[in-house]
Design a protein around this ligand. Structure first.
Ligand SMILES: [Zn+2]
Ligand SMILES: [Zn+2]
Length: 178
C-alpha cells in the first residue's frame, strides 16, 4: 500500500519530508513524493484570497491510480469551502483523496515570530487527520486526539499527533479491511 504526495505549487522540501516520514510511521504504508502540480489559478477566489478546496480535491482524483491507495495534495496557500471562512484540509473519504493547506499553520500568518518546528508539527497533524478520515474515522470528542476537529490552531496545537485509544482501535479494524 502506498500513498502519493502531490505538492501543488512550490512546497518546502523539509516540510514534505517530515510529513512523509510521519505518515509512514503512523499508518505503516510507504509514501512516495510525486511531481509538483501547477497551481490551479482557475480555482482562486480573488475576493477571498483563497483557493476552493473541494475543487482542488477533484483535480487530485486522476492521481489515485491502482499504484496508490491514498493521495495527499499539499498546498502552501489558504483554502476554503463556500460555507466556511477557511479549511486546514479536506478529505474525499470515498475516493481516498485528501488535501491540506499550509498558509495558516505558520506563526507568521498571525504576525508572530517564525517557528519551523511548530509549523512542521502542525502540518503533520493536519495530514494525519485528513488521512484518518479516509480510513472511515469521524471527528473524535477527545480534544487530545488527532481526530478532534480543529476549529482553530489552538485545537491543532492541543491535539495529537497520535490517535486516542478508541480511534486507534477503530483504525486498526478499518485499516485491515482496506
Ligand atoms: Zn476532520
Ligand atoms: Zn479519538
Amino acid at each position: 500500500m502506498r500513498l502519493l504526495i502531490i505538492p501543488i505549487g512550490a512546497v518546502g522540501s523539509a516540510v514534505l519530508k517530515d510529513i512523509a516520514d510521519a505518515l509512514e510511521k503512523t499508518f505503516h504504508f510507504s509514501v512516495e513524493l510525486g511531481k509538483e502540480m501547477p497551481i490551479p489559478h482557475d480555482l482562486y477566489n480573488k475576493k477571498r484570497g483563497q483557493y476552493q478546496s473541494t475543487r482542488i480535491l477533484r483535480k487530485l482524483h486522476p492521481f489515485k491510480t491502482k499504484d496508490f491507495h491514498r493521495v495527499l495534495g499539499i498546498m502552501d496557500a489558504d483554502l476554503y469551502v463556500p460555507e466556511l471562512n477557511f479549511v486546514f484540509g479536506e478529505a474525499d473519504i470515498l475516493a481516498g483523496v485528501t488535501v491540506i493547506a499550509l498558509a495558516r499553520l505558520r506563526q507568521e500568518f498571525y504576525g508572530l515570530k517564525p517557528d519551523k518546528g511548530l509549523f512542521h508539527l502542525r502540518a503533520i497533524k493536519e495530514a494525519i487527520h485528513e488521512i484518518g478520515h479516509t480510513y472511515g474515522l469521524g471527528h473524535c470528542h477527545n480534544p487530545g486526539c488527532i481526530m478532534y476537529f480543529s476549529n482553530s490552531l489552538k485545537d491543532t496545537d492541543r491535539k495529537g499527533p497520535g490517535f486516542c485509544s478508541i480511534c486507534k482501535h477503530e483504525l486498526n479494524i478499518l485499516a485491515s479491511e482496506d
